[in-house]
Design a protein around this ligand. Structure first.
Ligand SMILES: [Zn+2]
Ligand SMILES: [Zn+2]
Ligand SMILES: [Zn+2]
Ligand SMILES: [Zn+2]
Ligand SMILES: [Zn+2]
Ligand SMILES: [Zn+2]
Length: 232
């Protein structure tokens, strides 16, 4: 007996006759129809759609159902999925008051952090069609500035937008930040007193010793430190 091969189907989009395995189960988990466009055509569709509609309006090519993160992951190319996810993460942060993505680079979770000033508790049960979780950290009254990730436990300092390591408290970090600023100012001052811009190419040239005869390290223009006249 010869086993009958599974019936091949024509793709409604590219017209190729393909094996059933070349067709997606469905573009979205909410589709009520069989997919008639092949996997390759669906991939192209998703990539093209992401250039024309916002990530949250990305629909099935054959019905109005919207694609979720999981649908895009299953049906798009990897670069397109990564682009979708970045757009989605940005969109959620922009459109959800108090939203914070976890600062731990190995964690992809995010949650709502209720700022200490607000007394009304925000609706943390808000649902979304994406897989991201909406949690509230508003109950941490003792440390209102700390947003601890419900997924990995990373403790982000909200005003600093930083995870303070054990060895460096928030105050230590603030002091160090001020130090950076002071250092930067000192460097700029040093440049202003010891350097002049080359009159030809504008590169900052440091004065060498007490000599007024300068040579640009970039364009080799020779010039006078005092009056910036170029020497021939
Ligand atoms: Zn096709
Ligand atoms: Zn559909
Ligand atoms: Zn986390
Ligand atoms: Zn801090
Ligand atoms: Zn120069
Ligand atoms: Zn001179």
């Amino acid at each position: 007996k010869v086993k009958k091969p599974p019936a091949r189907k024509d793709c409604s989009t590219c017209g190729r006759t393909l094996s059933p395995g070349s067709f997606p189960k469905a573009a979205t988990s909410n589709c009520k129809h069989k997919a008639t466009a092949c996997k390759a055509c669906l991939k192209k569709w998703i990539t093209a759609q992401l250039d024309t509609v916002t990530y949250d309006n990305l629909a099935c090519p054959e019905c109005p159902q919207l694609l979720t993160n999981q649908d895009v992951k299953a049906n798009a190319t990897k670069p397109t999925y990564e682009r979708f996810e970045e757009l989605e993460r940005r969109g959620i942060a922009d459109n959800t008051p108090g939203w914070r993505w976890c600062l731990n680079p190995r964690c992809r979770a995010g949650q709502v952090h209720v700022p200490p000033a607000s007394t009304t508790s925000k609706d943390s049960s808000k649902s979304t069609k994406s897989a991201w979780k909406f949690w509230s950290s508003g109950e941490h009254k003792a440390e209102p500035n700390i947003c601890d990730c419900n997924e990995c436990g990373a403790r982000a300092c909200v005003p600093c937008d930083r995870i303070h390591p054990e060895a460096e408290s928030c105050a230590d970090w603030q002091k160090r930040l001020k130090g950076f600023a002071a250092e930067e100012k000192a460097t700029l001052k040093a440049i202003a007193t010891n350097c002049k811009q080359c009159p030809n190419c504008s590169k900052n040239i440091q004065r060498n010793g007490g000599c007024d005869h300068m040579l640009c390290t970039q364009c080799r223009t020779a010039f006078c430190w005092l009056c910036l006249t170029t020497y021939k």
